[in-house]
Design a protein around this ligand. Structure first.
Ligand code: F6R
Length: 617
């Protein structure tokens, strides 16, 4: 949520900052801004909307400055506008700040600073930080100590980068509750809220922890803890390349990422199932779940699992509930992370709390994990972004290995989450009652999923045609049962997110308890109805909709000869094990939502009001 980029080094800052902003634009795109230190001046530009608007405002000029900061915003305090865009400046226009997060006591600080004659230009919480640093500088004189002193007065969450034209050879960065890291290149440092802005320059990264700040100069960096002073911080080598972050000829990242799913799933499986299938091992190899003997033993003894996650990752958790209960017989509860922390979760040492997060930075999920730790539960993670905060803070976990996901609407991260969660279910199952033969059957079929998804992608043109038949409708009911109930929820979310068409996900069996009242010829339903143990029940629901004049689009199993007699249109998916049907059923839904959004003329990679990775509560 919001993107920060900073640069200090031997090269011109502006191209690096603009390129970084473009890479981070998926995190927020309400407005963008840049401040570059050039000699004794600051070149400062801000624009409403996309980074391209900022570029137009700057024009052809490439400034010579070698130090600068930039920001792409997702509005929290104050509407999207030029004056609310970052960087924000102090009264004397010397100090410039970019910030992610929320300063909770900004009103109080703002009124105190106004009394000291500071003049505010924006409605944002961030602007107080610039004025507060300016105020502190009256005593502290240097930039580092004035930032440090200002941070002590802030409540809430921040990732910040600060420059000051009086101190042109340094950038100060700090983090509490909002990600901040920097890449260490050759004679240069690139600061960011997200490694994807850095990877074109270096893969040596310093991740700040909460409560740390750093002074970065042209040839060195020093990291300090706000509490305990100097920290000897080493770089971490990140293996992601930037290749995954290009569109590769696809019209949108979302489409590219939908098409990448066979490969992403193969990557999630790599090195984890083969030995299991070949009978060399009794369970899948998930090294991340057994980083040491204590944790491995702890996991063997857990009696209850609580899954915390948000949005699409929450729906992955709902599918995992069915998988883990079926494979391992461990009771599972799935909770939206934003609710978990504010009630009284009952946790003990036999409960493990599993966070699912593509970004590994979602504030609600992170805080839920921290709450679980406080209560003595073992914490686990299923995370895509390597080195992200949730990955670092959980006791053990498994990476998706799906590669960077840039499209705001999650697609390949979701299916790779399902795969990893199923491997965890098999692993937990094999530690308990699941037989080797049962586990092997699931794992062997799981290995076929990439090729089955390829076959569904081959129907993209037909799906697009079906969309053109249905694009006039303003409301949808998405229905599924058992393993595919969460997929109905996910399908409805995808439709809402990128086409702004109202879609409601519902358990197919619940539909007759209320939503059916909405059905008429203008309110179609989308049924997920593979040949599984609840097939006939779902068919009954479909008949009930048809009897009331509702149109039905169905996602069904190849070879099902009955379905086309009931549904108005059918998209077929290959036959697989019931437990694996969610991995296939979601693909036509993703394509359907994508083509609907595009046909209605929307930018599906940057849906309005949304941002990838929600790092505020
Ligand atoms: C929907 C979507 C969001 C995220 C949610 C959690 O397409 O992408 O609902 O799933 O914000 O994000 P992560 O998984 O990064 O914690």
């Amino acid at each position: 949520m919001c993107g920060i980029v900073g640069y200090i080094g031997k090269n011109k800052a502006q191209p690096v900052l603009i390129e970084g902003l473009k890479r981070l634009e998926y995190r927020g795109y309400d407005s963008a801004g840049i401040s570059i230190l050039e000699k004794s001046k600051v070149k400062h530009f801000r624009a409403l909307g996309r980074v391209s608007n900022l570029e137009s405002k700057i024009g052809e000029k490439i400034f010579d400055g070698r130090v600068g900061i930039a920001h792409t915003r997702w509005a929290t305090h104050g509407k999207p506008s030029v004056v609310n865009a970052h960087p924000h400046a102090s009264c004397d226009k010397s100090i410039f700040v970019v910030h992610n997060g929320i300063i909770e006591n900004y009103l109080e600080l703002r009124s105190g600073l106004k009394k000291k004659r500071h003049v505010f230009k924006s409605e944002t919480d961030t602007e107080v930080v610039a004025h507060l640093i300016e105020e502190k500088q009256k005593k502290q004189k240097d930039l580092f100590n004035s930032v440090k002193s200002a941070l002590a007065d802030l409540r809430g969450a921040y990732g910040i980068a600060v420059i000051d034209k009086k101190f042109p050879d340094e950038i100060i960065v700090a983090r509490k509750g909002s990600p901040l890291l920097f890449g260490v290149g050759k004679d240069e440092f690139i600061i960011s809220s997200d490694a994807s802005a850095i990877l074109g320059h270096t893969n040596k990264i310093v991740y700040l922890n909460d409560g740390e700040l750093a002074k970065i100069t042209r040839d060195d960096y020093r990291v300090f803890s706000l509490e305990s002073g100097y920290v000897n911080k080493k770089t971490t080598k990140v293996n992601w390349s930037q290749d995954g972050a290009q569109k590769d000829g696809f019209a949108h990242y979302m489409l590219k990422e939908i098409y990448e799913q066979p490969q992403a799933i193969a990557n999630s499986l790599q090195g984890r199932v083969n030995h299991f299938i070949d009978e060399g091992l009794v369970r899948p190899t998930l090294g991340g779940l057994a980083p040491n003997r204590d944790i491995e033993n702890h996991i063997k003894k857990i009696e209850r699992l609580v899954i915390v996650s948000c949005g699409t990752s929450y729906y992955a958790g709902l599918v995992a509930e069915y998988m883990i209960e079926e494979c391992a017989g461990i009771p599972v509860e799935v909770e939206t992370a934003s609710e978990f922390r504010y009630r009284k979760p009952i946790l003990n040492s036999k409960t493990a709390v599993l966070a699912i997060s593509q970004s590994g930075e979602t504030a609600d999920t992170l805080e839920a994990i921290r709450e679980a730790k406080l209560k003595g539960a073992l914490t686990l993670g299923v995370v895509n972004v390597v080195g992200s905060t949730i990955a670092r803070e959980t006791d053990a976990g498994v990476y998706n290995h799906a590669g960077p996901e840039i499209g705001v609407a999650s697609t390949k991260a979701f299916t790779s989450q399902l795969v990893v969660l199923l491997l965890i279910a098999l692993s937990l199952g094999r530690q308990r009652d699941m037989s080797f033969i049962d586990g092997k059957e699931v794992a062997t079929e799981l290995k076929r999923i990439p090729q089955l998804i390829e076959a569904i992608l081959g129907q993209d043109k037909e799906i697009k045609k079906i969309v053109s038949k249905y694009s006039k409708y303003k409301n949808w009911l998405c229905l599924g049962r058992k393993y595919n109930f969460p997929i109905a929820l996910e399908g409805a979310l995808k439709i809402k997110e990128i086409s702004y068409v109202h879609a409601e996900g519902y358990a197919a069996g619940e539909m007759k308890h209320g939503p059916i009242a909405m059905i008429d010829k203008n309110f179609p339903s989308l049924f997920i109805v593979p040949k599984d143990s609840v097939y006939e029940k779902v068919i009954s629901g479909m008949e009930e909709i048809k009897a009331r004049g509702g149109k039905v689009l169905a996602i069904a199993t190849e070879g099902d000869s009955l379905i086309s007699k009931i549904a108005d249109d059918v998209i077929y998916i290959p036959k697989t094990l019931e437990m694996l049907t969610p991995l296939l059923a979601v693909i036509p839904l993703q394509l359907f939502a994508y083509h609907l959004g595009v046909s209605l003329g929307y930018d599906v990679d940057k849906p309005r009001n949304l941002a990838k990775s929600v790092t505020v509560e």
